[in-house]
Write a protein that binds this ligand. Sequence first.
Ligand code: NAD
Length: 290
Amino acid sequence: MSNPAPDLEFIKQNFPEPDSTRAVLPLLKGQKALVTGASSGIGKAVAIALGRAGADVVVNYATAPDNAEAVAAEIRKSGVKALTIKADVSNEGEVQAMFGKMFSEWGTIDVLVNNAGLQKDAAFHEMTLAQWQRVIDVNLTGQFLCAREAIREFKRRGIVKNVSCAAGKIVCISSVHDIIPWAGHVNYAASKGGVALMMKSIAQEVAPLRIRANSVSPGAIRTPINTAAWSTREAYNSLLTLIPYRRIGEAEEIGRAVVWLASDDSDYVTGATLYVDGGMTLYPGFDTGG
Ligand code: NAD
């Protein structure tokens, strides 16, 4: 079934442009970050937010090099370095080549943001193995492959005191669907449920090395992945019934949460899942007492 065309007037009236004048603390000054899937949506906003907080940022992309270059240009406006690197996060060789390029250009990595993800929706009885496999490959195996490369480097290098009190930080972009089941999206929910326990198990394993791993689990955030859910008044009103805070989230709000989790301000936080969801995980169907 095709989605109705976006209502451009509705979009203009209801959704703000990001506030580029908002003050940001230089919490990540001197750190080197890599954000996967950073040419659009949440990854783009996270990459720009890390740059504004003082980090040099690798902008990973799978397609659309022009969009990735535009994100890099925006990051450089903060006076930090930005580098675009193409890699499919589900491909081991491409992931290793991406980290190799980052290390040869910048020497090391301090922050990995595992953001790349996609949906291949289908009713469960009609879901093909290819739809199942692609979502698991990108959303779960992709996070494994990138986290493994980052942790190898964190272990090799250890703590650099004037950079961060941790030896490295990983932030996984998961979803409220790591805890809320999602009919019609079983592959996606399974991948995010996998991310939740992969992240916690990694965090447990590497905590003695002072390496931290956490997740940000967004609720409904206004990006290209879910345009059909917010681009007409009817769709948006229906979405709001699921959100106690009664508005969709903006990608910049995920950026601010990631900056905090990547910074020394959250140094005692590891293995945590931070739901940034306007209360979507608060069982909104029970808001009148059930
Ligand atoms: P998006 O489609 O704008 O971004 C996804 C990005 O991942 C794109 O840039 C895409 O090119 C990239 N990507 C896809 N496959 C890739 C691959 N194999 N290798 C490298 N990059 C690849 O959508 P978004 O909403 O910004 O999604 C970003 C992340 O946030 C995803 O993990 C998604 O599951 C998660 N998320 C989004 C929402 C939301 O409401 N938008 C809610 C919960 C979780």
